[in-house]
Structures are given as structure tokens and as C-alpha cells.
Design a protein around this ligand. Sequence first.
Ligand code: NAG
Ligand code: NAG
Ligand code: NAG
Ligand code: NAG
Length: 432
Amino acid sequence: MGSTNPFKEQSSSLTKKILPFTLYALLPIALIRLYFYPIPLSFSSTNQIPQNTPILINTTSPSSSSKGDVDNIGCDYSNGKWVTDKLGPLYNGTSCGTIKDGQNCMGHGRPDLDYLFWRWKPHECELPRFEPKTFFQILRNKHVAFVGDSMARNQLESLMCMLSTFSSPDLVYSNGDDHKFRKWHFPSHNVNVSIYWSPFLVKGIEKPSGANYNKLFLDSVDERWASDLDQMDVIVLSIGHWYLHSAVYFYGGSVLGCHYCSDQNYTEIGFYDVFGKAFKTTLNAIMERRGGSKGEGIGVIVTTFSPHHFEGEWDKLGACPKTQPYTEGEKKVEGMDAEMRKAELEEIEAIKRRDKKLGTLRLEALDVTKLALMRPDGHPGPYLYANPFANGVQERVQNDCVHWCLPGPIDTWNEILLDVLKRWEGQSRKGK
Ligand SMILES: *[C@@H]1O[C@H](CO)[C@@H](O)[C@H](O)[C@H]1NC(C)=O
Ligand SMILES: *[C@@H]1O[C@H](CO)[C@@H](O)[C@H](O)[C@H]1NC(C)=O
Ligand SMILES: *[C@@H]1O[C@H](CO)[C@@H](O)[C@H](O)[C@H]1NC(C)=O
Ligand SMILES: *[C@@H]1O[C@H](CO)[C@@H](O)[C@H](O)[C@H]1NC(C)=O
């Protein structure tokens, strides 16, 4: 039952945490408009996954130094640069039916296409182009679940578009306001891909409009996805931006503090520590239910925080006007982006250190923060809506500088995802 980990560490310097918020004070307003708000609905777990041979078996730590794994393990994907690439994307924004409207930049008339012709080149290795066939072979008879906020959905939709170039999926489940809970089945390989809406991963009550506050219960995992953990073979977690919103934080039945809540009689505690605590609760819940030698293996992948690129006001012309990536060294991961990424990486490392016996569970960060930061050109901007300048160029136009165009840079996240899965598969073979 639930997490029982008491919070031992006291928050260090409050000033350090509060300072950055003034910088981001305007951002939540933009985010509130960009994200949609769900009525919590449960994802009924009617489908039983057949118990098949696990691909993810028996490792103590993903980077354990067993011989022969050197090929990709030594490669740090998070360090590299974007280089031009004539090949372009695997799919076409006007032909993939799974893209959410606001991210369909091609379909919405974004005129420049240069942003599609870049490829991520890690310094120490090559990142292979996405191969749908390989994905299906590795995940035959498996279920891959994406869990998180609209960035999770963005990554899922990229994956769906790439997979659909090889095999057609059937939508077998759809529920929730704006289809926040969906599942597709690829009959060709009996592969399921699903998305679960859970912007905090822990239990939360979303009340974003007006003077309301989100309520977060940092010690309880969100059962809307966690109750299906026993049916998942790979789980991709992606959250972050919702932690910027006003919220009151609960822990152990009492209020820990709040964020962005001057009219409340609670202490402002920021959201970095809170974010780390929520992550700890999440990983602990996964460990408790699927760690050790419990049942079949599960692979857990944490997509790290993806920075936004708002320059000034979100509803002003040119809020994210760049059409080229930043060049190497032009930008570094800092401020909120660095803090959010760090909170995630620290919790992952803490679990690995503490639980030497992850057993059949594998856990890895998909560290995209830097590669995302370098792509200010990859957002929908005004093409959030179709043909925004059909009636002439206005000074005020709403912009999305958070999510990614599809196709777009986020396709690379899935190239890395596939590479992680390939490596795990290789290790499993050797482990047998
Ligand atoms: C897991 O690995 C350990 C040590 O590497 C080995 O002793 C054990 O037999 C393995 N278990 C399975 C189920 O393969
Ligand atoms: C995308 O596909 C459509 C329909 O097949 C085609 O008309 C269009 O030219 C394609 N666009 C690109 C950029 O490939
Ligand atoms: C995929 O989903 C379908 C339909 O919900 C189900 O019948 C099947 O068992 C699932 N397969 C896997 C591998 O999860
Ligand atoms: C706020 O909290 C303090 C300390 O708990 C209490 O003394 C004060 O009356 C509260 N103020 C309001 C307006 O509730």
C-alpha cells in the first residue's frame, strides 16, 4: 500500500527556491491556456495482458559492467549537437491522423520547413534513425504506456505516427475529456501503445481556472495509471510543466506548503523539492509493485524536463520566432530547466543506489533536456491554430512555445527510446 517513505531531508535554502519564480511568473498564465483540463476519469482495466516471455529480465543496474555491452552503454546521448540532415522526417504531418491539432504545424500552414531537417548527433556515438520494424520486433506481445501530461502525449503521438508508417493500429480504448486515456493495438505484432493522463503522477486535483489551486497529495501515487501497472511492460513517464501552477501540497494528511499562492495562509515552498518528492513517491510505487522479482519485467523510462522557449509574452507576435536550432555552446541548461532535470535524475539515482535489487525492473532517464533546449525552432508558435495569419498579421496572437511540432524534434526522443529498448533487449539475451 502506498508509499511509506518519510521525507528525511529538510529543504535547504528557501531563497534559492523562491527567486526563480518571479522570472516564471507569467509562464503559468500561458500554460493554463495551452493545456487542457481534464475531469478525472478512471481508465477501466478490462484488458488482461497475456503473460508472455519477458524481454526485460534480470539486471541489477542498467549500467552494470557486464562485458560486451560497451556498444551503446558508453554513449551519453544527452551530449551532442544538432546537425543538418537531408533525409527529413519519417512521416508527414498531413498524413498522420494521430496528431493533436495544436501540434500539426504543417497542417496549420507553418511555411518554413527547415526545422524538419536536423538530426541529433551525440558526441560519442551515432543515434540510428527510428526503425518501426525493430520497435515492433522488440515489443512483440508487449504493452508500452506513456504516462504524464501533454508532453507525454506529444511524445506518444510522435511514436504513433512513426509506427503507423509500418503497421496500422486500431484504437481499442478511448476515454476522458479530450481523449486523455487511449490505447491502440497493432495486430501485426500484438503490440499495444497507450496514454494515461496524469500531469503530476501523484494524486492530484486539477483546479486550474480562476483563483483555484491544484491540490497535490505528494505521498500517494495517482491510481488512474498505477492501478494498471501490472499490465505494462514498458512505461514512459513525462511530466513537469504542471508543477509551475498554483498548488497546495499535502503530505501525510497535512499541508506541507503551497506555491504561487499569496492569498493563501500557507508557506510558499516552491516546486522543485515538491517535484522531487512526487517523483520519489512515483518510483517507489513502481518499485513496490513491479520491482524485485515480482512477475514479468518492466522497463521504466523517465523523459526529463523539456524546456519552453517563450521570449516575452505568450500572446504577442514572435513569442518563439526562431527557425534554426541554437548552435553548440550558445545555450546551456540552467535555472528551472536544470532544477527540474536534476530533481528527476536524483530520484532515479537514489532508487538505484538504495535498491540494489531492481530485479526484473529496469529504470533509465531519457535525458532530453539539453537536446530540447537547443531547438527553439521546433514549436508550433502561432501555428497552434490553423492559418493564424489568414486575415493579416496581428500584434496579438496566441503561441505555443512548449509543445513540439509533429513531425519535429520530439521524434528524436523516440529514436533514443528505441535505442534504450534495443540495449535492454541485448542485455536480456546475454543474461539468459
Ligand atoms: C539473475 O542474475 C543473477 C546474477 O547475475 C543470477 O545468479 C540469476 O540466476 C539470474 N536470474 C535469472 C532468473 O536469470
Ligand atoms: C504530405 O502528404 C500529402 C498527401 O500525401 C502531400 O500532398 C504533401 O505534399 C506531403 N507533404 C510533404 C511535406 O511531404
Ligand atoms: C492489447 O490490447 C488488446 C485489446 O485491449 C488485448 O486484447 C491484448 O491482450 C493486449 N495485448 C497486449 C500485448 O497487451
Ligand atoms: C494564518 O496562520 C497563522 C499561523 O498559523 C494564524 O495565526 C493566522 O490567524 C492565520 N491567518 C488567517 C487569515 O487565517
